[in-house]
Write a protein that binds this ligand. Structure first.
Ligand code: F6P
Length: 549
């Protein structure tokens, strides 16, 4: 019974923590001068350095035992075999088919999905090329210069993050914009300054019924109709969805509708036609490179043994800190400004996938699941929240991401950026002891009394773990690799926790209650009876201010 084996593997890890607890990361380096070369994994030029962790060979052996106890090999095989791993929705999670360049079929219930995938990719590419070349134009005959993707969650975060990451690869003269929030400010502020006659709207929604997206889509449609005439709508809108009937009802012409399939989860959909805005922006060739990056990692994850498997190792280190050390959050800090939205992207990927309290069986989980994922680019974060990372009471494991070479930026700036990145992981690891602080302050000529007062504030505990992902440069292929690494990390953790990473029932209750509140918020004449005191009070307060009382 796997759960008993998992429980005993976790108990062994607990006991091991007590054993290793007194050895700092610095001690581990002192014990083994080759630690950096032994605690790293490579995928071509991408290097995953996990030497700055509170782990020894024994720790890794225990973690691998845990993965085996959770039936990792079998569950990984099931994922790639198109089994219905999303148990509550009776679907596979088969986003790997969207970036499958192996020539091998990808079967669901014996049916190869690849011909449909390839045909849709060709349709998307053809449209993207025509928009880029100015063969498809707006209603006035002007070529498109602005792309506005309207979507939310997985239908926004992926393309928005990637368009920013790959900015140097975007066709000159083409600007990309992303509208997600139902707050009208998002659409209004985005459209300010855009020439509607040169704007292509892409409505991206797997379900084509998400409240925010449909509200924004209807408003954008009305704006285009009023500025350019009702007939112009057909020229200025395209849509990406699995619900082709709903798209047709919205009035988007058939040849501008791009489908995908229910086996593509929203937060895994950047690889599908949901990437249309990115495909138009960077072009089909670059988009294919991006897909290829995802495929590189699929091949690595599918075939590498656990101890050589980067996503599996990322996952196991996360489990070590989450379940054995009890750390509640995990920071992702790209020293790569263009990855500014990567942490937000990972929040959905990780927390919507693994923020669960029941196992696949429906029974309560036995361990803590998804930590809080957060982060901002370095060096900015250094001047904001790094104080807490260095001296706060809660250790936070960090992933640092950094490129060897900049794309399209100044080499001097890049050297400063890289030095900052390395300095931070070094500082987190080594810290500064009380004795060291005393020596420094004494050299500065402070009195004994002054030193005694000041020293405790200047001590860094150190021994704070981090990984570094270092890669040549942030190309489309590398971005594809980075995303897929984290996707499989999240999947591996779901295997250890025995949860379904591919549903998201936790978003439903708020949606339902919102539908019930919309009429009460919109119409001051409706009764608030039946609501809880706080919700009724908030609506009543809003009504009173609106009434000017
Ligand atoms: O509310 C959560 C969610 O369902 C996400 O999983 C999804 O990415 C997002 O909403 C958007 O959904 P859709 O693409 O169907 O509009």
């Amino acid at each position: 019974m796997p759960s008993t084996r998992i429980a005993s593997a976790l108990a062994a890890l607990e006991a091991h923590r007590v054993e290793i607890g007194h050895r700092t990361i610095a001690d581990l380096f002192a014990e083994d001068p080759n630690r950096f070369s032994r605690y790293q994994l490579r995928l071509d030029d991408l290097l995953f350095d996990y030497s700055k962790h509170r782990v020894s060979d024994a720790t890794l052996a225990h973690l691998i035992t845990l993965a085996r106890a959770a039936d990792f090999d079998h569950r990984r095989t099931a994922l790639f075999a198109g089994e219905k791993v999303n148990l509550t929705e009776h679907r596979p999670a088969f986003h790997m088919a969207l970036r499958n360049f192996s020539g091998r079929p990808m079967l669901i219930d014996g049916h190869d999905v690849m011909p449909d995938v390839i045909a849709m990719r060709a349709k998307v590419d053809e449209f993207a090329s025509a928009v880029r070349a100015g063969d498809i134009r707006g209603s006035t005959g002007a070529p498109f210069a602005h792309l506005v993707n309207i979507g939310i969650g997985g239908s926004d975060l992926g393309p928005a993050m990637a368009a920013r990451a790959l900015f140097p690869f975007i066709q000159p003269g083409m600007s990309t914009h992303f509208v997600a929030n139902v707050d009208g400010a998002d659409l209004a502020d985005t459209l300010k300054g855009l020439d509607l006659s040169r704007t292509l709207f892409i409505i991206s929604s797997k379900t084509f019924s998400t409240q925010e997206t449909m509200a924004n889509a209807r408003s954008a449609r009305a704006l285009v109709a009023s500025a350019l005439g009702e007939a112009a709508v057909a020229d200025h809108f395209a849509a990406v969805s699995t619900k082709l009937d709903l798209v047709a009802a919205f009035g988007i012409r058939e040849d501008r509708v791009f489908g995908f399939w229910d086996w593509v989860g929203g937060r895994y959909s950047i690889w599908s036609a949901i990437g249309l805005s990115l495909d138009v922006a960077i072009g089909p060739q670059r988009f294919a490179e991006f897909l290829l990056g995802g495929f590189d990692v699929d091949e690595h994850f599918r075939t590498a043994p656990i101890e050589e498997n980067i996503p599996a190792m990322m996952a196991l280190l996360g489990v070590w800190y989450r379940n054995v050390w009890g750390y509640g959050s995990h920071a992702v800090i790209p020293y790569d400004q263009r990855l500014a939205r990567f942490p937000a992207y990972l929040q959905q990927l990780d927390m919507e996938s693994n923020g669960k309290s029941v196992m696949r069986s429906g029974e309560p989980v036995q361990t803590a699941t998804a930590p809080v994922i957060w982060g901002e680019p370095g060096t900015n974060g250094q001047h904001a929240f790094f104080q807490m990372l260095h001296q706060g009471t809660d250790p936070v494991p960090v992933d640092f991401l950094v490129a060897v070479d900049p794309v399209d930026s100044d080499a001097h700036h890049h050297a400063l950026l890289v030095a900052n990145c390395f300095a931070q992981s070094e500082a987190l690891m080594r810290g500064r002891s009380h004795v060291e602080v005393e020596e420094i302050l004494a050299k500065q000529g402070l009195s004994k009394a002054e030193i005694a007062t000041l020293a405790p504030h200047k001590v860094f505990p150190g021994n704070r773990p981090s990984s570094t992902l270092i890669y040549r440069s942030l190309t489309p292929r590398m971005l594809g690799r980075l995303i897929a690494l984290y996707e499989h990390k999240v999947f591996t953790q779901s295997v250890i926790w025995n949860i379904n990473a591919f549903d998201q029932w936790g978003v439903e209750l708020g949606k339902e209650l919102c539908s019930r509140l919309v009429p009460l918020v919109s119409d001051a004449g409706t009764s608030l009876s039946g609501l809880d005191g706080s919700t009724a009070g908030l609506i009543a307060y809003r009504r009173s201010l609106q009434a000017g009382r």
